[in-house]
Structures are given as structure tokens and as C-alpha cells.
Design a protein. Structure first.
Length: 279
């Protein structure tokens, strides 16, 4: 996909060929919804807490006797039907964390980027940097890019404090590192302004050409034939064990050299037998 590249003054300086596997991927709305729900759920703290009747202060004494007053029997002033009493089935601290496989999360990001690219809501800027933090200069840049009246997501390859501080006072603008690109910000802003080096980073991260992380490349597995050749080459250097069978009878000797002590005992027994014969 060819997209026009602009400079900070809004002039067109060329075109960028975006990776089709990232910016022209098949759009899966169900997957994008699942990723968005997961991100919003994981952002919840889950620290809500209400007190039950056993946790509310007071109410240890029976308010009146059981019979004879004409009123309904009560055992505590902290029962749920009393003002100031405990809450029944109220929220308790819990986790809202949802899990999602990595491949599905990245596929959802590719779908969101493809939607933005197809709608013409991605603007590529050659050198998205600023020397000093100036809010007025940031407003002029956005006006030159014709996105001043829209909500804008500025995506950069590395954190630029001058750029971040220049956009902090603009409520419709948010800055984001390319490493933290997420489905909520992509779908929550009208236009995505991306620097040229951030585009290369995103393509290396989300392309389906064998990348597992932001900077790590998948090690391709060895071919089966290479593994077989390696095993054959290693097996050539292995010596076959020498059979210890002599005259069809197995030897009791262990593997290795024969015991010298047993051979000496055999010679000594032969000498003794010859001496006894002479006597």
C-alpha cells in the first residue's frame, strides 16, 4: 500500500510502501472487540468493597426484647433492612483480568491498522521531532497536516520529551511510543500520525515474516535432512563394542581390560599343581 509521506510543514516529499501484511490485513471485527474488552477489563483495579452486616460498626445489642412490644422482632440494628446496616451481595474486591493469546492480540492490531489505513486516517511524517517544547509550534504542525480539528494519536519510535511536552496541553492529542501501540488508542482517535522510523518499527513487530518480539527474530528450525545428516556423521565416530565371546562361551569379565589379579592367580595355581606332582 502506497501512502504519501509529509514533512512538518505539510508538504508531500514522497511515498511510503507500507507492508500489506500489517496495513492491508483482513479485518476481523470480532477479534478487535475481544482485544478492546480485554484491555478495558485489565485496566480495572477491582478494589471496590462494601461491608456486610458482620463488618459494619455497632449493632451488637438486641434493640428491644423479643416479645411484648408489638413491634417486629429484631436482632441487630445493622441488619440489611436498617438504615446504616450492612449491604447484601455488594461488590467485593476481585480481578477482572482477561487473557488473550499473543497471536490474536497482534492480529487485532493489524486489523485496526488496516481499518485506519483503508479510511485514509494514517498520516506518515518524515521527521517527527522538535528541538524545544512549544505548544504553539505543535498547533502549527497539526494545522499543516490538516488534522488540527480532529483527535490525534502521535506515534513515535522513541520517547521525545520535547514532542511530548508540546502536546501535553492539547486535550485532543496523545503521544505514544510505537512499542506501546494498543487497540484502545487506535480505535479511540480519529487520525494516527506516525513517524517514518515508527512505521519501520511497527512493521518489524507486527509483520508475519517470523518476528516474535519487538527486537527478536525467530530462529528457523533445522531441516529434517540436516538433523539426520548430523546424526549420521556423529555415529561414524562411535566404535562398535568388541565382543567378549571366546569359543562360544561368554566371558565374565566386565567391559574394559581383563583383570591382572585374576591372571596372576591362574599362573600361581599352575605352579602349585606342578610342584605337587613332582613330590
Amino acid at each position: 500500500m502506497l501512502v504519501t509521506m509529509k514533512d512538518l510543514t505539510g508538504n508531500q516529499i514522497g511515498e511510503v510502501n507500507l507492508d500489506d501484511s500489517v496495513f492491508s490485513a483482513p479485518v476481523n471485527k470480532t477479534l478487535m472487540h475481544q482485544a478492546l474488552v480485554r484491555q478495558l477489563a485489565n485496566a480495572r483495579l477491582g478494589t471496590h468493597k462494601t461491608k456486610g452486616r458482620s463488618e459494619v460498626r455497632g449493632g451488637g445489642r438486641k434493640p428491644w426484647r423479643q416479645k411484648g412490644t408489638g413491634r417486629a422482632r429484631q436482632g441487630s440494628t445493622r441488619a440489611p433492612n436498617w438504615v446504616g446496616g450492612g449491604t447484601v451481595f455488594g461488590p467485593q474486591p476481585r480481578k477482572y483480568t482477561k487473557s488473550m493469546p499473543r497471536k490474536m492480540r497482534r492480529s487485532a492490531l493489524r486489523s485496526a491498522l488496516s481499518v485506519k489505513a483503508t479510511a485514509g486516517q494514517i498520516v506518515i511524517v518524515d521527521n517527527l521531532t522538535m528541538e524545544t517544547p512549544k505548544t504553539k509550534q505543535m498547533v502549527r504542525i497539526l494545522s499543516a497536516l490538516d488534522v488540527a480539528h480532529e483527535t490525534v494519536l502521535l506515534v513515535m519510535a522513541e520517547r521525545d520529551m520535547a514532542l511530548v511536552r508540546s502536546a501535553n496541553n492539547l486535550p485532543q492529542v496523545k503521544t505514544l511510543n510505537a512499542a506501546y501501540l494498543n487497540i484502545r488508542d487506535l480505535l479511540g482517535y480519529d487520525t494516527v500520525v506516525v513517524s517514518s522510523d515508527a512505521v519501520a518499527y511497527i512493521e518489524a513487530w507486527l509483520s508475519v515474516d517470523g518476528y516474535t518480539g519487538h527486537d527478536e527474530l525467530i530462529d528457523e528450525p533445522e531441516e529434517a535432512s540436516d538433523v539426520t545428516d548430523t546424526i549420521d556423521n556423529d555415529s561414524e565416530g562411535i566404535e562398535e563394542p568388541v565382543s567378549s565371546m571366546e569359543d562360544g562361551e561368554p566371558s565374565d569379565e566386565p567391559d574394559g581390560e581383563p583383570s591382572a589379579a585374576k591372571s596372576e592367580d591362574h599362573e600361581a595355581s599352575n605352579d602349585n599343581s606342578s610342584t605337587s606332582a613332582e613330590e
